[in-house]
Design a protein around this ligand. Structure first.
Ligand code: S3P
Length: 175
């Protein structure tokens, strides 16, 4: 039985790599009975190339341009849960588009959680460094003040993915 909340624009999950955007997003979409879209998957199919290869062959600026175009298109496609890559909301134009046409939801997680979760799945070009923990720490310092501009902030701490979904649904009911 879907939760009875009327969603009339995209719900956009933002947050750092490992925050749980895709897993939480898929479950949230099922609960609300709306589509789930992952912007990284959309970029990969638009470019017919993996995210790692886009970074390696064309560089990060080209990836960001593609990301901006893909999110711009998705923001015009009505209700959905959209999980975005960690850098999407940091781009000024992408952020403006998301703030204008969607409900942004920041999944705030602390460093230890992010380090643990990102160590389980590779394929993230920005974490191919000598010290991924230090890299994530730097990204927290740079990005958290910007993620804080989201419409809804969810502190995920060590919550299970399902209780994070519950928290989002509660916040949407109050919104
Ligand atoms: C990035 C996060 C990745 C992906 C790309 C860049 C970032 O997505 O978009 O590797 O800048 O934080 P996830 O946050 O889904 O891992």
């Amino acid at each position: 039985m879907p939760d009875a909340i009327k969603i009339d624009q995209p719900l956009v999950l933002i947050g750092l790599m490992g925050a749980g955007k895709s897993t939480v997003g898929r479950r949230l979409a099922a609960r609300l009975d709306i589509a789930f879209v992952d912007s990284d998957d959309e970029i990969e199919s638009a470019a017919d190339c993996s995210i790692s290869d886009i970074f390696e062959i064309y560089g990060e600026p080209e990836f960001r341009a593609l990301e901006k175009r893909v999110i711009d298109r998705l923001m015009g496609e009505g209700p959905m849960v959209l999980a975005t890559g960690g850098g999407a909301f940091i781009n000024e134009q992408t952020r403006a588009r998301v703030l204008e046409s969607g409900t942004s939801i920041w999944l705030n997680a602390d460093l230890d959680v992010l380090v643990e979760r990102t160590s389980r799945r590779g394929g993230r070009p920005l974490l191919k460094t000598n010290d991924p923990r230090e890299t994530l720490k730097k990204l927290i310092d740079e990005r958290y003040p910007i993620y804080a501009k989201a419409n809804i902030i969810i502190d995920t701490n060590n919550d299970s993915m399902d209780s994070t979904v519950d928290k989002i649904i509660d916040a949407l009911k109050k919104d």
